[in-house]
Design a protein around this ligand. Structure first.
Ligand SMILES: Nc1ncnc2c1ncn2[C@@H]1O[C@H](COP(=O)(O)OP(=O)(O)OP(=O)(O)O)[C@@H](O)[C@H]1O
Ligand SMILES: Nc1ncnc2c1ncn2[C@@H]1O[C@H](COP(=O)(O)OP(=O)(O)OP(=O)(O)O)[C@@H](O)[C@H]1O
Ligand SMILES: [Mg+2]
Ligand SMILES: [Mg+2]
Lengths: 227, 227
């Protein structure tokens, strides 16, 4: 389903060159729920941006569902993103002037989903993360963890086959964090979605079947949980 | 040192009214290192904003070092903030167009500290959080955890007597998180700084001598660690 070969991402030039990713190779099967862990600055978000077709690698190939993505133009990439991928950003990326509900409706605007249906789906996603009473609040009227939960609801609303969540519980208390990981588990076990979670919380990682440990832009080691 | 009496913070009106804080009473002694824990949306950041003189309560009094802050005008509050308080925001609040080093120098501009001295102190603070090799990177060239560490360095640079850190390790791996809490402990034990940390990580809280548990804007209970 997902094949990464020789993935390298270089920022800057000359002395200031940074190898955010350095020859990363890995495969992820459809329906897997895996986590990515590693020190701050080790390349996790950069890897997620490549996986999410938000960023192209400097070197290497990324095959998604049989399609080589590095040769696609931006429109085609955007199409794949909208259809297949739900992304929870590390910094939420909510639009500051839009209320929670409107932020969640955003992905649906590109898919010509009728207004009433958008509203219904967004409200359901908001309920799922326990925030239906904050539907009309704009981001700066929400706590950090509430913003994070709105970002999660937005990623889930179109029920995408692949969910990429970059530190989805970083600002949540353990109870809220548990509720979120349970949502992911449900989507994975009951509906077969592929879930990739970046986390530095080993309790969250324990819910996944495989942990990819990344360090200095390279895959350091993998842990596989047998059940 | 710090006295909160009947502190209440109300947002919105009528049906949309939210009691972010509801009759909070507590005292914090000089040189204490305490943590604040509670569910997402329970009022932790709002409490920190009041403690940090960034926001005034709707009701109640806040006495800091013998001074009743709620009656002070904005200039006087800004003065107290600059002199006494180092604040690590939950969302970092770094200026996007400024490099890491410049962001850390900011608090010093208001204190007429000469350029070379500002540079020296900022570099030292950056080294302390392990990021001297990122001095010239602007925030969006930094990972989430690196941005968080720059925000911590900025709060520490003027060696303030009170440090308020709102989820300072939320985006850090456990090793980086340990390094940060050790910095705080050193400042507390060796230099007698008062440290208040909001965290949902009980391992971080275990480094403090008292945990205030907040729930629905109220203090739910306190845990005191005897040594
Ligand atoms: N400007 C505002 N207008 C309306 N409600 C607000 C505003 N700011 C905060 N709130 C509400 O006040 C409550 C407390 O917010 P606060 O940010 O203090 O929570 P918190 O404990 O820090 O949460 P988290 O752990 O998620 O960061 C939340 O329910 C939030 O929705
Ligand atoms: N635009 C950029 N220009 C230069 N360097 C960059 C840029 N973006 C990221 N980097 C560097 O690439 C490295 C990897 O960044 P990345 O955000 O992937 O790390 P991360 O593992 O997600 O870290 P964290 O756990 O702190 O979120 C970091 O050292 C960062 O400084
Ligand atoms: Mg990251
Ligand atoms: Mg908060």
């Amino acid at each position: 389903m997902i094949e990464l070969n020789g993935i390298t991402k270089i920022y800057g030039k000359g002395d200031a060159e940074v190898y955010a990713l350095d020859d990363v190779n890995c495969s992820i099967k459809e329906g897997e729920m895996i986590s990515i862990m590693g020190p701050s600055g080790s390349g996790k978000s950069t890897l997620m941006n490549v996986l999410g077709c938000l960023d192209k690698p400097s070197i290497g190939s990324y095959t998604l569902g049989g399609v080589e993505t590095t040769t696609l133009n931006d429109d085609k990439l955007a199409e794949i993103r909208n259809e297949k991928i739900g992304f929870v950003f590390q910094n939420y990326n909510l639009l500051p002037r839009m209320a929670a509900l409107e932020n969640i409706e955003l992905p649906m605007l590109y898919n010509n989903i009728p207004r009433s249906e958008r509203h219904r789906l967004a409200l359901h996603a908001l309920e799922r993360v326990g925030l239906s009473d904050r539907a009309q609040h704009v981001p700066n009227e929400l706590s950090g963890g509430q913003q994070q939960r709105v970002a999660i609801a937005r990623a889930l609303v179109l029920n995408p086959s692949i969910i990429l969540a970059d530190e989805p519980t970083g600002n949540l208390d353990s109870k809220s964090g548990e509720e979120i990981i349970n949502i992911f588990e449900e989507l994975n076990k009951k509906e077969g979605h592929t879930i990739i979670i970046v986390t530095h919380d080993s309790e969250i990682a324990a819910h996944t079947s495989r942990i990819i440990h990344i360090k200095d832009g390279k895959i350091d080691r993998e842990e596989v949980f047998s059940k």
